[in-house]
Design a protein around this ligand. Structure first.
Ligand SMILES: Cc1ncc(COP(=O)(O)O)c(C=O)c1O
Length: 405
């Protein structure tokens, strides 16, 4: 299936010399439907939702609710009240880390290819609250090791409190078997937090089918506006979780010495919200909802195959993760050994209008352990990328590597 016809929805892809934008694992481009909804908010009804009862306020409340409904349906949540708007996936993960109650000695398990946003909040808990973070090692090709995971759960025993893993790694695009992980975790009476920043934009994510407890996601990686993310959890967990944004909107009432908490999701959305962001997130989700998520995944794998086949003969680089692009979704991440990754990224941008990411992609732990200060170059595809984009990347990357070798 081709998504080429959708390119005209993306202003930055129209006109002369559009870029081969392959930095989608960081942030995606925005379709005009999303841009228009941002400008409609500011130009037509720039009011405060959830509080003011005048025409602007009422309109914003209605649109924010519609947006929440759309997200709820997209991830198959039981109720829109289980969907909390946050600033990004990082805020969602911090809400979980700082909102749950911890006892000294509680054990948290995470993976060994995690973004800092799904590592640092747990390290902080370890530092400040005496919980223990344990890292489950992947197989040598970065695929998930169920054997290591089950062993880690058994070793943690009844101290196991939470398993928090990224569904798809931003380092390498490798997906892990969340449903099986959730089953094992629940057998230990622990909770499952899924960092869905790299899965929700690219594949069908059904929170009920996966049987998880928390999902954190980034709307800005799903054609939505910057500074918008989401947190989903089961309602009873949200009801019992402490908010880290106490203030206006989070209580039903207060006196000088007490308050009555509002119900979720309000309890977690203190302060005047990013209303244009919330509404435009709904526009982004509506945009993706019209498309077939399986087809998006297939399309990305097809482009990744072109990128992988075009560069794998080079002998001074290594693709991170399994050789087979089908196991890496739309991400082709290349270990640069002693080649200067930032310089090559700048060259590709300036000479060929190919935009990719260079560095350690906030997965410092993985690179530090292996001694790769130069990090990797990461090309990541999305629905609007074409085979020409993938070929251009592969060709110009090979030329650049030759020039720097
Ligand atoms: C796997 C993963 N987790 C978490 C994050 C953080 O997302 P955000 O920037 O929305 O906080 C990212 C961002 O790249 C990511 O790729």
């Amino acid at each position: 299936m081709s998504f080429k016809h959708l390119r005209e929805d993306f202003p930055t892809l129209c006109g002369d010399n559009p870029p081969a934008y392959l930095d989608n694992a960081c942030v995606t481009l925005k379709p005009k439907q999303v841009i228009n909804s941002i400008s409609d908010y500011y130009g037509k009804y720039p009011g405060c939702g959830g509080r003011s009862v005048h025409k602007y306020g009422t309109k914003v409340s209605k649109l924010v609710q519609e947006s929440r409904n759309a997200i709820s349906k997209f991830i198959n949540s039981n109720s829109p009240n289980e969907v909390v708007f946050t600033g990004n996936a990082t805020s969602s993960l911090n809400q979980i880390a700082k909102g749950l109650n911890w006892n000294e000695g509680d054990i948290i398990l995470t993976g060994d290819r995690e973004h800092n946003s799904n590592l640092v909040p747990w390290l902080q808990l370890q530092e400040e609250q005496g919980v223990e973070l344990r890292v489950v090692r992947s197989n040598p090709d970065n695929t998930f090791s169920m054997e290591n995971f089950e062993k880690a759960c058994s070793e943690a025993g009844d101290k196991l409190k939470l398993v928090s893993m990224s569904h798809v790694g931003n380092l390498d695009g490798v997906a892990i078997p969340i449903k099986e992980i959730a089953k094992v975790t629940h057998d230990f009476d622990a909770l499952v937090s899924v960092d869905g920043a790299q899965s929700t934009p690219h594949m069908k994510v059904d929170v009920q089918d996966l049987d998880i407890d928390f999902l954190s996601f980034s709307l800005h990686k799903m054609c939505g506006p910057s500074g918008m993310g989401g947190l989903w959890s089961r309602y009873e967990l949200l009801e019992n979780m402490r908010t880290i944004r106490a203030g206006g909107q989070t209580v039903v009432t207060s006196t000088y010495d007490s308050m009555e908490w509002a119900k979720p999701p309000s309890k977690f959305e203190g302060g005047l919200g990013n209303f244009s962001g919330m509404i435009a997130s709904g526009a982004a989700i509506n945009y993706l909802s019209r498309l077939d998520m399986d087809a998006i995944h297939e399309h990305e794998v097809k482009l990744n195959r072109i990128m992988t086949n075009g560069i794998k003969h080079l002998d001074n680089i290594e693709i991170i993760g399994p050789e087979n692009p089908e196991l890496r979704g739309g991400i082709c991440s290349i270990l640069m050994n002693d080649l200067p990754s930032h310089d090559i990224a700048i060259l590709l941008d300036e000479a060929a209008n190919v935009m990719i990411r260079s560095g350690q992609h906030c997965v410092h732990s993985w690179f530090n352990e292996r001694g790769h200060p130069n990090g990797s170059l990461r090309a990541s595809a999305y629905l609007y990328n074409t085979e020409d984009d993938a070929k251009l990347f592969a060709d110009t990357f090979c030329e650049a590597v030759e020039a720097f070798s």
